[in-house]
Design a protein. Structure first.
Length: 419
């Protein structure tokens, strides 16, 4: 096999097909594949990707994601090929950059970027013969895992923090047939429990972001964005951070393209957290100090309401390699940013809006220059967060578009329209 699992600190190597999430010393693992064994030049890699354009994105990029995964094991819902929207003038003016594009992962089948990881994770589960997959979730992970497990005919088990995810997200694993358990704890509590259960019952395969094979699928987000830009690297990628798996995956995929010579430089990366759950930001502001877990506070950006991010060490390593920065945004900043993007016709979630709010703050601080080119990663669709959207617009907020209740009367309508 071209692929092994390797400890991120000790560099200890383990077989790729071993059902393992941490090293013997408890360290995080990463997937390492010998991509040079394909003996392709940078031009040949680009030609290969172009030749695969009619195939689902995971298959198109499989050689740099999971090269040892047999195609017969792949469970795909035709995820990927998500749009890379150019920002409107109103967005460019508000966020303070002239060259802004939005990679909308909410246009995936279950309406979030998690589909990128679950096509990899569930397919790998089939490859190693797992009968049950499981996850803890703030919403999007459970939706994606349940859908892909249903497609593969594999039983799915979901642990959720009861009352702390949107109604739309809650409905998704139920609809897909997953065993859905709402627990009286937060995400970090669910995560602790699912690790204990999967350690005790080896027949249950864990598909949270500490599963290194799931993370490999998420590399496709950055790879596809660069492919869409004809391999022209932006100055910045900006991305919301919760459990820190997505920023780790984005960076790893781009770094591997650079090592293969497919791109000629590295971008900078900015990770953004909500102030309600900002342990990575706290680390960054303290000179990349070690992780100090916190109790995450309630936030509209519920998918990143995580106080003890599992992929913290991976994220720090990658952000350092990319001369990265971390920012944090308030609830008001997040929801105002969401309203601005929504008003352009692009519906985004509060988690995506966290990245956008961070962009505005970094641009105001001069860290991101007005002339820099920026690709923002939007992680989920706004349709999953209708309550947060309606609540914002019903209140006296900066960009509120307050709905009006009227009599069913022509005169009343004309008055409301100023006619």
């Amino acid at each position: 096999m071209r692929t092994v699992l390797r400890g991120i600190e000790s560099k200890t190597v383990y077989p790729a097909k071993e059902q393992r999430y941490r090293g013997e010393n408890g360290e995080l693992l990463e997937v390492v594949s010998d991509l040079t064994s394909f003996n392709r030049s940078p031009a040949a890699w680009k030609e290969h990707f172009d030749e695969q354009k009619e195939k689902p994105a995971f298959i198109r990029y499989k050689d740099v994601l999971l090269p040892d995964l047999p195609e017969k094991c792949i469970t795909s819902l035709s995820e990927g090929d998500t749009p890379l929207y150019p920002a409107t003038k109103a967005m460019r003016d508000y966020f303070g950059v002239e060259k802004l594009e939005l990679k909308h992962e909410g246009m995936n089948p279950t309406l979030s970027f998690k589909d990128r990881g679950m096509v990899a994770g569930v397919s790998w589960a089939r490859f190693i013969g797992a009968d049950v997959v499981a996850c803890a979730s703030t919403g999007d992970t459970s939706a994606a895992m349940a859908a892909y497990a249903a497609c593969a005919g594999i039983k799915a088990v979901v642990l959720l923090p009861e009352g702390n995810i949107s109604f739309e997200q809650y409905s998704q694993p139920i609809a897909a047939g997953a065993i859905t358990l709402g627990l009286d704890t937060d995400f970090d509590g669910c995560m602790e429990l699912i690790q204990k259960i999967t350690a005790k019952h080896r027949g249950i395969y864990l598909l949270n972001s500490m599963n290194s094979f799931r993370i490999e699928g998420q590399k496709a987000i950055g790879i596809e964005a660069l492919h869409q830009r004809n391999w022209q690297v932006p100055d910045w990628f900006i991305i919301p951070v919760g459990n820190a798996g997505n920023v780790s995956a984005l960076a790893k995929g781009i770094r591997e393209l650079y090592e293969l010579g497919i791109i000629n430089r590295l971008p900078r990366i900015a990770g953004v957290q909500t102030k309600a759950a900002s342990p990575l930001y706290n680390s960054y502001k303290n000179g990349w100090a070690g992780l100090v877990p916190i109790t995450a506070k309630k936030t509209k950006a519920s998918a990143i309401q995580i106080g003890n991010p599992v992929s913290f060490k991976k994220a720090v390593r990658e952000l350092k390699a990319f001369n990265g920065v971390v920012e944090a945004a308030s609830e008001e900043e997040i929801m105002d940013a969401k309203a601005v993007v929504d008003a352009s016709g692009i519906s985004i979630c509060p988690n995506s809006a966290t990245a956008m709010a961070g962009l505005r703050k970094l641009a105001k601080a001069g860290i991101i220059r007005k002339t820099d080119s920026v690709v923002a990663i939007l992680t989920a669709h706004g349709a999953k967060f209708s309550q947060a959207t309606v609540e914002y617009h019903r209140a006296a907020n900066r960009f509120a578009n307050k709905p009006k209740a009227l009599r069913a009367d022509v005169a009343a309508i004309e008055k409301a329209l100023g006619l």
